[in-house]
Design a protein around this ligand. Structure first.
Ligand code: FES
Ligand SMILES: [Fe+2]
Length: 349
């Protein structure tokens, strides 16, 4: 019996998708040091050249396969530490110490694009890379928003498990009972799910935000106004999901005012079939000057995501170690994840 038991839905066995933009790293991770990262089963070396431009090359010398990330940065290129062959930032061989002529062979250079806090990489053929296909996840105006950026260099589970987790609003009051402190009432609010082409938008809302108070800054006060809480997400591509949790105050005429709350950009990048990198960006538009709260909020988010990370590892272990005598049931709240898994399965086909 195969995990998930449904051939229409992508699962941990579904082949990885190469013709997409993924986040390779946070911009701050790529420096004048050589760093290795494996993405979609390709070992890569990342660094910045002398002009601070991001360079990502195949992490393998063309001579005897020595890892270039364990070699030396020399100007804008890398000199292999084994027999001294030098590569420029395009992956061309520019010096072979024991001979005059350089072979024409080059190592692969990946197409990248740095935008705000992240660096994107195109994992398909370079000639197919189109920057217009980079998913648009807003990086909010820093005058009105403050943010926390974080990452797990890898999670010990398939990126499909993380995608499903991010489309799943119903785990919040349970798995995150002690961190995000969502009320149990949250699970019974109906979920709206809308699919457009290869994307899914989903949300649920609560008419009384008071139940959510422990999740927000203690100083937030809307007087007697009715405040509706809405939270949800947007599965965009195999590499991205945009989440949010927003409070919508209604004025005395019942008109909806500008929301207060959070946006969370999630960037998922498979390392291999059974591990993934995860980067996030949380923005909030209230209590901007409260540094203590920023620290506390950062710790709460980190703790909450640690819970997801642990759950994903546990799930991966179950699927890998025991595939007997089970058939998963579906519940209403699974719908956003089921639609997302159908889309990804369709992309593979
Ligand atoms: S393995 Fe790199 S120069 Fe020989
Ligand atoms: Fe979670």
């Amino acid at each position: 019996m195969k995990p998930y038991c449904n051939d229409d839905l992508a699962d941990i066995n579904t082949p990885l998708l190469y013709n997409y933009w993924y986040v390779a790293a946070l911009a701050t991770e790529i420096t004048r040091e050589l760093t290795e990262r494996t993405i979609l089963n390709r070992s890569l070396v990342m660094y910045r050249d002398e002009n601070e431009n991001v360079v990502i090359l195949q992490n393998r010398c063309a001579h005897r396969s020595f890892p270039l990330a364990s070699s030396n940065l020399e100007g804008g290129g890398i000199r292999c530490r084994y027999h001294g062959i030098k590569y420029d930032h395009n992956g061309n061989i520019t010096d072979v110490p024991c001979q005059d002529k350089c072979p024409k062979t080059k190592i692969k250079k990946y197409t990248t694009k740095e935008t705000g806090p992240v660096v994107w990489i195109w994992m398909g053929a370079n000639e197919k890379a189109n920057e217009e296909e980079i998913p648009e996840l807003e990086i909010h105006d820093m005058d009105k928003w403050t943010h926390v950026v974080g990452q797990y260099n890898y999670m010990e589970g398939s990126y499909m498990l993380l995608h499903e987790n991010l489309c799943d609003l119903s785990h919040l009051p349970f798995l995150h009972e002690n961190t995000f402190k969502f009320p149990k009432e949250y699970t019974s609010a109906p979920i709206t799910v809308e699919q457009t082409d290869d994307q899914v938008v989903f949300y649920r809302q609560m008419e009384d935000w008071n139940l959510l108070k422990p999740f927000f800054h203690p100083g937030l006060d809307f007087g007697n106004k009715q405040v509706v809480y809405k939270s949800g997400g947007h599965y965009m591509t195999p590499a991205t999901n945009k989440g949010y949790g927003l409070l919508y105050p209604h004025d005395e005429n019942g008109d909806v005012e500008e929301p207060t709350g959070h946006y969370v950009n999630h960037y998922l990048t498979p390392e291999s079939e059974n591990r993934c990198h995860y980067f996030w960006y949380v923005a909030r538009n209230y209590a901007l000057d409260d540094q203590d709260y920023s620290k506390k909020q950062g710790e709460m988010v980190q703790k909450g995501f640690d819970e997801d990370r642990e759950a994903i590892k546990l799930l991966q272990d179950v699927f890998e170690h025991d595939q007997h005598d089970y058939k998963e049931i579906g519940i209403k709240a699974d719908k956003p994840g089921v639609v997302m898994r159908k889309i990804i399965k369709g992309l593979v086909k």
